[in-house]
Design a protein around this ligand. Structure first.
Ligand SMILES: Cc1cc2nc3c(=O)[nH]c(=O)nc-3n(C[C@H](O)[C@H](O)[C@H](O)COP(=O)(O)OP(=O)(O)OC[C@H]3O[C@@H](n4cnc5c(N)ncnc54)[C@H](O)[C@@H]3O)c2cc1C
Length: 321
């Protein structure tokens, strides 16, 4: 079992929030430890922004080639339709992700940040235990930066498993789904839906609010809406996701939405707003039920707990979101 580690700065989470903070702390000469439970790079580099943009890039290339079949476009033509091997596309995406993961490792090393691999759980405000491959590593820190990010949200009536997948699994599919339903028409849902449509899937988008991209201006939404219409992406607005959208049959995904839609995959494309700091601060007995509607009281309890620790002078923790 490794001996206890003492550090000036402890960063929990190796996503863009955490690794940037750790690199800066290291560059400033502070003794810094970063704990990451999964891969350095976090959601953005490993299973979010970068892989989704890689998939979009491949989908754009594929769609552009399709336009050139037969009589062609811009004087460029190809005689046969292009072939898609999604397993190879996913493998290519993994190489892109792998390079970025290696790059983050190198930057942390250059800034003299010590990296500990494992899930951090706090036993008090400044001490955490990490279950590493070598045993439990205790880390005592003067200052803590929590950059634990978010997780895909599970809808209680549509739990993940089988054909119900999150954006993470959607970005690692090896076979193109003929039909898929995307639940959540925010930017994540739409960028995935549009990419799969360009690759050839039939796509249905479900959104509880009156508009797609609810957080964006009308001027930005209009061209996206026009694209969806032009490319036959079906849209459903369901006032109450809980009753308007439900699984009718296990194994095969059918939905009741006024009419029935069947699909090979359902992608739940929403990230949970509650940071995993709640899990890490398990000592406060805060157990996050990652369901829509439950986070607010839990966040209040976490905040109250952290506030008390701050008042008692026990806590020097900062959150990065
Ligand atoms: C499909 C998709 C596409 C996206 N596209 C974009 C985009 O185009 N542009 C954009 O700006 N944003 C995009 N985002 C959002 C972006 O990924 C997040 O905003 C960003 O990753 C948040 O960074 P973070 O460091 O706060 O958290 P994260 O990147 O989630 O990193 C948190 C890290 O903490 C680790 N961790 C959590 N708890 C513990 C613990 N207790 N112990 C150890 N490690 C722990 C996790 O393993 C994770 O690696 C996208 C997200 C998704 C899902």
């Amino acid at each position: 079992m490794p001996g206890p580690m003492k550090t000036k700065v402890l960063v929990v989470g190796g996503g863009p929030g955490g690794y940037v903070a750790a690199i800066r702390a290291g560059q400033l000469g502070l003794d810094t430890v970063l704990v990451e439970a999964d891969k350095l790079g976090g959601t953005c580099l490993i299973r979010g922004c970068i892989p989704s943009k890689a998939l979009i890039h491949a989908a754009d290339d594929y769609a552009a080639l399709l336009e050139k079949v037969g009589t062609g476009k811009m004087g460029i033509s190809i005689s046969a339709p292009p072939k898609l091997d999604l397993a190879a596309t996913t493998a290519w995406k993994e190489t892109v992700v792998g390079k970025l993961n290696t790059g983050v490792k190198a930057l942390l090393k250059k800034a003299h940040v010590k990296v500990v691999e494992g899930f951090a759980r706090f036993t008090d405000a400044k001490t955490c235990e990490v279950e590493t491959a070598q045993g439990v590593q205790t880390i005592v820190a003067e200052n803590v930066i929590l950059a634990t990010g978010s997780v895909p949200v599970e809808l209680p009536f549509l739990p993940f498993g089988g054909d119900v997948i999150s954006s993470t699994e959607a970005l690692s599919l090896t076979e193109l789904p003929k039909k898929l339903v995307v639940v959540g028409a925010g930017y994540i849902g739409l960028e995935l839906g549009i990419a799969f449509r360009k690759l050839g899937s039939e796509v249905t988008v479900v959104e509880a609010l009156p508009n797609i991209l609810p957080l964006y201006d009308a001027e930005l939404i209009a061209p996206v809406q026009a694209w969806l219409k032009e490319h036959g992406v079906t849209g459903y607005e369901v006032n109450d996701l809980g009753t308007g959208l439900r699984m009718l049959q296990a194994g095969r995904v059918d939905f009741w939405l006024g009419s029935e839609v069947s699909a090979r995959f359902v992608i739940r494309a929403m990230q949970g707003p509650v940071p995993r700091a709640l899990y890490s601060y398990g000592q406060l007995e805060l157990h996050m039920a990652c369901h829509l509607g439950t986070p607010a009281p839990i966040v209040e309890r976490l905040n109250a707990g952290l506030e008390q620790m701050r008042r008692d002078g026990e806590l020097a923790a900062f959150g990065v979101r």
